[in-house]
Design a protein around this ligand. Sequence first.
Ligand SMILES: *Cc1c(COP(=O)(O)O)cnc(C)c1O
Length: 481
Amino acid sequence: MIDEIKALEAEALKLEPGEAQYGIWLNAIHEYTQQYLRETDTGKAWKGNHDSTKGLLDFKIQENARGLDELLEIIRKHVDNSGINAASGGHLAYIPGGGVYPTALGDFIAAVTNHYAGVFFGGPGAVRMENMLIRWLCDLMAYPTTALGNLTSGGSIANLIAITTARDAKGIKSTKVPQSVIYLTAQAHHSIQKAIRIAGLNECQLSYIPLDEHFRMDAQKLEAAIIADKAKGLNPFLIVGSAGTTDTGAIDPMDKMADIAEQQDLWFHVDAAYGGFFIMVDEIKAAYKGIERSDSLTIDPHKSLFLAYGTGAVLIKNVKALQDTHYYAAPYMQDTKDEVAEISPADLSPELTKHFRGMRMWLPLQLFGTKPFEAALEEKLMLCRYFYEAVQKIGFEVGPYPDLSVAIYRYVPEVAEANAFNEKLIKAVLADGRVFLSSTTIDGVFWIRLAVLSFRSHLKIIDTCLKVLEEKVGDLLEGMD
Ligand SMILES: *Cc1c(COP(=O)(O)O)cnc(C)c1O
């Protein structure tokens, strides 16, 4: 048996090739990533090219090793050369972020050390770091010390955790579901409806409150709807607001919604996945008034804190409610109960073993300090306002003045149907690729969006964007003559 073990050990030892090899790999990856960033600087924000990824399938997972150089070449050819370049400052579609470099370094440290971030007993440093970051987020939002939360993989899971917590805190057992009402707007992110369904609340009544002319929830109508529903014997229990909608960046009137939630005794959840970190910009802090009165909140560091994809956060004002929904004990976990100086992430989310996400957030914040983040956020706000003025000068109609860093606009030609024209326009912008834009439809109107949120988006790319739009409108109008 010993001989057999030794033979297996000799093969298994290949999993630890050692320091010299690691140095060589790191250098190669440094070269490759720097080249990627250099090309990002000058290359396209939208590459399309979906078929270029098919070649990946030729490199099957196999018994024998391949060299790193060959693998980087495969990645270059079959992964990097397609779709969105989400690292590019020209990514002005959906909700970008960019991915500040130290996110990667933090992930590297987290993976090499493999610190256990699920339970305090096993990873007291990792858990303290994550809870410290959550408390920093709570401070930003002026949440009290009774609040805590969880670093999630993104905003969708954060919304799910908040909604399941609200469900249990408000005692929505299965028999109560059909009479229970959730209030939101048509501008709520679809991850809310998804969370409602996953949380077993699909048979709740969803009450879509009308929007005002800024695409914000009309608070008066919210109050009227709740009162009317109560009179009908229904059970209103949850209001979902947005601090920065995905479509237009609108911030709902949170202070008024908090009043209503308080008076009518509903759970108030705010989805600030996109807009959350703009609260750091003094000039627009006032728009967030009332967010501190919410019961739960979603905020995405991989959006307005510019981290690479993979980090969202949920904050819950009464941590006990969060724990009641997510805590579970098991006999094989019995040794972990003695060390409880910090609440463990595993007791506050569906996850047990998880990525040590704190490190990828802590490292950039510590390395840079918060000042450049604040400046970048204010810069994005101003770039959006600059675009909003400039795009009108080149003949576009615009939506409401942007609350944050998203603007909607469209070209209304004299001789063609506007929706069809703008659909063609966005296709022409994508085919060009210098900037990446996306569109939306609100009340039957097709709008093109600009979302300035990559930390790499600066004045120059906004000017390029305006130039591309002007050029493409010219081409399309010419084609119609
Ligand atoms: C992006 C977004 C989400 C979903 O977050 P993910 O991190 O993509 O899962 C939820 N709400 C809003 C307002 C968003 O912009």
